[in-house]
Design a protein around this ligand. Structure first.
Ligand code: FES
Length: 213
């Protein structure tokens, strides 16, 4: 779904902005905005695969642009739209990205959300001790590294990193930048109470039971 979406956005941007400049060089034009090689991370989705020997589901982030469809046989693919959307409501990842102004043109946002979601899912599966309610098992440096493979052309990295670090167990809220959750002067308790709750049980995978047989 993301792939189709990115393709559509690419076509739109290319038609609007680049047609006049390079009318007859279609393949080159595609390289101008998207990489089609998984280089920018806008097409990242969560791929889930069942291991029948270990009887568990493995989740990992994958750039879909260069991924062959046949390599996803038996896998389940979850996109940003699959996690949250205008019809069913958004997850706290989307809400935090929005409130930290971490989405400007929005081109990179679905991929950023899915790279980060994959890190959250895998951190919560780990053996680390449970953090205080509302926070994940990621550290702030792990939260930043989770989106290291995603490029933002609008270069709003500070706000993107803040939206991700806001899930970290060791975050100092004073380190976070401008956002629309709280006002200047609010106490720490007020600040913590304002953010959209993080619930580890939201880390569902959409791996369907019938694929396990
Ligand atoms: Fe524009 Fe990241 S918000 S590319």
């Amino acid at each position: 779904m993301v792939c189709t979406c990115v393709e559509a956005m690419l076509e739109f941007v290319l038609e609007e902005k680049f047609t006049a400049r390079c009318k007859d060089r279609r393949s080159k034009r595609l390289d101008v905005v998207g990489t089609r090689r998984g280089g920018c991370g806008s097409c990242v989705a969560l791929v889930s695969k069942y291991d029948p020997n270990l009887k568990n589901v493995e989740d990992f982030s994958v750039s879909l642009c260069p991924t062959l469809l046949c390599s996803l046989n038996g896998c389940s693919v979850t996109t940003s739209e699959g996690l949250g959307n205008t019809r069913d409501g958004f997850l706290s990842i989307h809400e935090r990205f929005a409130s930290f102004h971490a989405s400007q043109c929005g081109f990179c946002t679905p991929g950023m959300c899915m790279s980060f979601f994959s890190a959250l899912v895998n951190a919560d599966k780990g053996n680390k001790s449970d953090p205080q309610p509302g926070f994940s098992k990621l550290t702030s440096s792990e939260a930043e590294k989770a989106i290291a493979g995603n490029l933002c052309r609008c270069t709003g990295y500070r706000s993107i990193a803040d939206a991700c670090k806001y899930f970290a167990a060791d975050i100092d809220i004073e380190d976070l930048g401008f956002n629309s959750f709280w006002k200047k002067g609010d106490s720490n308790e007020v600040k913590v109470s304002k953010f959209p709750p993080y619930d580890p049980t939201m880390n569902f995978t959409t791996y369907p039971e019938f694929l396990k047989s």
